[in-house]
Design a protein around this ligand. Structure first.
Ligand code: ZN
Length: 298
């Protein structure tokens, strides 16, 4: 009897959740925005809608690195910054053009910002994306300053950030924001840990470029790497990703040389595409990206 009651309780409990879920059709709330001190005046911001972002409080003002995906979440970031300083947000650096890093730019107070900096290709990708009438408000947040390879930015007096582009990798406009003094690098989506790295071939990204970029990241005199979708990383994390990507590339290369098809190779790696995923929205696996990098002329 006790067992039956317990089972009934279980049923009622889940029954209620079911009704609740039917009544509340609202999308899931993103996790709260939280600020974590990385080193000195350098902070990372987790949570909200979108990727990790960061900011640095310098003498004259704040440098922000990336926006969240929504205006609301970016406004929450700004509110967190205001708790730490009354200084204006004078500079924004964008690591790349993906929506989860830029679509919430409108949450930053535009009147305070003197410069928005990105790689020149990222600016082009943003201009293209913001042609969409739903994104009109974002046009006021297009980069005001671009760079192609390296740019040292003296961001309000004492805070020197080195912006670096190591060639096409996650996209063809990735920027690394490196603080030499603190040995901290913000690396956008150049590194993913715990899942296969995402490479946007449609934005000029390549797996072989990613490997070159990972090597450059390891050469940086950095102890802490802040990526878009992980907790702070170390050189060891970057090295492990590099090793696994090179290993995968070597295996796929020899399979291609043996005349194996993409399907054979995917099967060998246990890759199963999501059934019914629309071709345009499908995110090809790393294995497929490597195969295409090896076999398709771009
Ligand atoms: Zn990305």
């Amino acid at each position: 009897m006790k067992k039956v009651m317990r089972r009934m309780g279980f049923f009622v409990f889940f029954g209620l959740i079911g009704i609740n879920a039917l009544l509340c059709q609202q999308p899931q709330q993103p996790p709260p925005v939280t600020v974590q001190q990385v080193k000195g005046n350098i902070y990372m911001v987790k949570g909200g809608s979108g990727a990790n972002t960061g900011f640095v409080i310098a003498e004259e003002g704040v440098l922000a690195i990336d926006a969240k995906m929504t205006e609301e979440s970016t406004k929450q970031v700004v509110a967190e910054i205001r708790k730490l300083t009354s200084k204006p947000i004078v500079s924004v650096v964008i690591t790349h053009s993906d929506g989860d890093h830029v679509n919430g730019l409108t949450g930053f107070p535009r009147q305070e910002i003197r410069q928005i900096i990105a790689h020149e290709q990222t600016k082009k990708d943003m201009e293209e994306a913001f042609k969409d009438s739903k994104m009109e408000a974002l046009r006021a947040y297009l980069p005001t300053q671009t760079f192609s390879k390296d740019l040292s930015v003296l961001i309000p007096k004492t805070c020197l950030a080195d912006l670096k582009h190591f060639g096409p990798a996650h996209t063809s406009g990735d920027a690394v924001v490196f603080f030499d003094g603190e040995k901290v690098a913000f690396i956008g989506d150049l590194v993913f840990i715990g899942r296969d790295p995402l490479i946007h071939r449609q934005k000029g990204g390549t797996s072989f470029g990613s490997v070159d970029t990972l090597k450059k990241l390891l050469e940086l005199n950095a102890d802490i790497y802040i990526s878009g979708h992980n907790d702070p990383l170390t050189k060891k994390d970057v090295q492990e990703l590099l090793t696994s990507m090179e290993d995968k590339q070597a295996k796929i290369k020899s399979m291609v040389q043996e005349g194996k098809s993409l399907d054979d190779i995917k099967k060998a790696f246990g890759i199963v595409d999501q059934p019914g995923a629309a071709a345009g929205r499908r995110r090809p696996s790393l294995v497929e990206v490597i195969y295409l990098d090896l076999t398709e002329k771009k």
